[in-house]
Design a protein around this ligand. Structure first.
Ligand SMILES: [Zn+2]
Length: 114
């Protein structure tokens, strides 16, 4: 497996400072985060599920919030960018999770109001 997606729900509006992106607002709704890990993808997913960790990736900041739940996880053989591109939803935060993206995704976090 090359990439994974975290299906996330935000249960109340969150305002967060996310590293260099600065202060961001995450409205209530469903989100899909697409990521990849070069070596051990299960270990990376395990890390996302753990609440105790240093905040390194953009997604760590969001998952650290009490108003956030991961409701599903999927793994894929597609590259993270291709997988991200075929995921529906809108981009509300430019640059989120896509700092080292070479296919010019605007964001690896997609949002759907529900
Ligand atoms: Zn990308």
């Amino acid at each position: 497996m090359r990439s994974y997606q975290l299906f996330i729900i935000v249960t109340k509006e969150i305002e967060l400072k996310v590293g260099k992106l600065g202060k961001l607002i995450f409205p209530i709704g469903s989100y899909v985060y697409t990521g990849s890990a070069k070596k051990n993808i299960d270990k990376r997913i395990e890390r996302h599920l753990s609440k105790k960790k240093n905040l390194h990736w953009h997604i760590d900041y969001l998952l650290n919030s009490d108003a956030v739940q991961i409701i599903n996880i999927k793994k894929s053989q597609m590259t993270e960018c291709n997988l991200n591109k075929k995921t529906k939803g809108t981009i509300i935060i430019n640059g989120f999770g896509s700092s080292d993206c070479n296919l010019c995704c605007k964001s690896h976090l997609k949002y759907e109001e529900n």
